[in-house]
Each structure stands twice: as C-alpha cells, then as structure tokens.
Ligand binder design. Sequence first.
Ligand code: HEM
Length: 258
Amino acid sequence: MTSLSAPVPPVPAEVRPASVAWLRASVSRFSNGPDHARRRALAVSALAGVDVEALRHKAFEAARRAIGDGGDVMAVVARPVPVAVLAGELGLAVRPPDVVTVAAAYHPHVVPDAAAEAALGRLLAACGGIGEPAAARIGLLVQACDATAGLIGNALMVAFRGPGAAVAETLRSNPPVLRTRRRIGGSDVFVELAGTPFGAGPRECPGARHAIALATGVLQALDGFRLTDPEPAWVPSPNLRMPSALWVTRDRTGGRFC
Ligand code: HEM
C-alpha cells in the first residue's frame, strides 16, 4: 500500500447538523472505507456530466469580464471564476464568495467562524438541503476553490515570465497542493504529493481534467496582461503553495504575458 492509499485522519461524527463540521463529516475527502467509496461516487458522477471544453470556454469568458483592465487576479479571478463556472455547469445557483469563505474553513485544523457557518447554510439551501448529495456538491466546489486558484496563480507566475505550456509546467515543477494528511500506524502524518500533483490511488483527485480546463481558460483570458508586482507574497499554509495576491494590468504595448 502506498502512503496515499492509507486512511485519512478521521473527523468527529457527532456534529451539529448543517455546520462546517457536518460538511467535513459528510464529504468523501475526510471519510474512509465504504463511506468514502459511496461519497466519492456521488462526486465522480456529478463531474462526469460536465463538459470540460465548456468549462474552459466559460472560464475564459468569465475571467475576461472579471479582470477588466487589471486588478488582483487571485481575488477577482482565480478564486471566484472557476467556482462560479463549475457551479453553473453543475446547475447550482450558489454565490461564489460563499464557496471561498467555506473553503477557508474546510480543513479540520481550522476553527470555522460565524461567517463560514452562515455561508455554508446558504450553500446547503442552494445545493438541495442537508444530506450526502448536497455535501458532495459543496465538496466539489470547495475542493475546486483553493487548489484551482493556486494552479492559476502559479501558472501565471510562469506565464508572465514568458509564454509556454504554463499549466503543465506548473503542475510538474510548482504544484499548488504539496502534501495531504493520512493516519498511519495510529499517527496523523503529512504525506508528500511529490510527482503526483493530483494525488494517487483511491483518493486521487477526480477533478483533474476539470481543473486544467478551468485554469487554461482563465490563463487564456489573461493573455495581454502583465504583473505590476513581480514579487508577490505567498499564502501561509503547510500544504498549499500559491500567491496570496497577484496584481496585473492590461499591457497597452500589446506584449504577451511579460
Ligand atoms: C475543478 C477543480 C477540482 C475539483 C472539482 C476537485 C475535486 C476533488 C475531490 C472531490 C477530491 C476528494 C476525492 C476523494 O475523497 O476521494 C479531491 C482530492 C484531491 N484533489 Fe482535487 N479538485 C479540483 C482541483 C484540484 C487541483 C487544481 C489540485 C492540485 C493540482 C487538486 C489536487 C487534489 C489532491 C492532491 C487530492 C487528493 C487529496 C488526498 O489524497 O488526501 N485538485 N479533489
């Protein structure tokens, strides 16, 4: 068994219904055994109905509209646009800022605040109400949020230094998700994802093709922009590597990505 096939650290099952703790206790990401298999199947089947070429095209259009003549790509494009496009294709009428708020409170080492609990309440109402199907839908949006934003931010850092296959190169040399947690020999340990940017085995990311399509569409929309701050700050996180803000402006000289 590779380390990535080991179980994930369990989360508490006795939780307040419809809370962020309930979401953790109801999604595949933090479940093991038959619960994991059943919940993962809900996520995989929802993604199977999504046309990835439509994701790329709609991410392009939405990113063009959102960036206007410039701004912080992470705040106005990289987090909200993939979530909005994916939600649209899944047929879910959610507010992207609610997904961003819940994503920041999703992992078990974070204590959710009142804003995160309220945002989850609205997401649940939009996703069919309390139950595993709604948890799976919200889980997809939340899983897509930071990881795809990181893929876009890191790829842009490459793209702004010269055009090329920025998404593929970023996944190889500067992936946004570095490590994940497992319970091995009774201890909770970090397992490195080196060489497998989307994980491996029974928990491998089911959204890899979707994420690449969304990131590619957003990057295509940012062709013709340049970075105004070449040394961005990085998100302080043990497992994510991505810029916290990425300010850009439309390049009037017509340059491509540099
Ligand atoms: C459309 C965007 C995305 C969606 C819908 C999505 C969805 C998911 C879901 C539902 C899981 C849990 C799978 C399970 O419990 O069996 C997962 C796991 C994972 N995702 Fe994604 N994801 C997206 C983007 C990304 C990106 C951009 C990366 C990084 C490059 C990424 C890396 C991972 C990894 C490494 C895991 C496995 C975590 C582990 O084994 O502990 N995902 N994803």
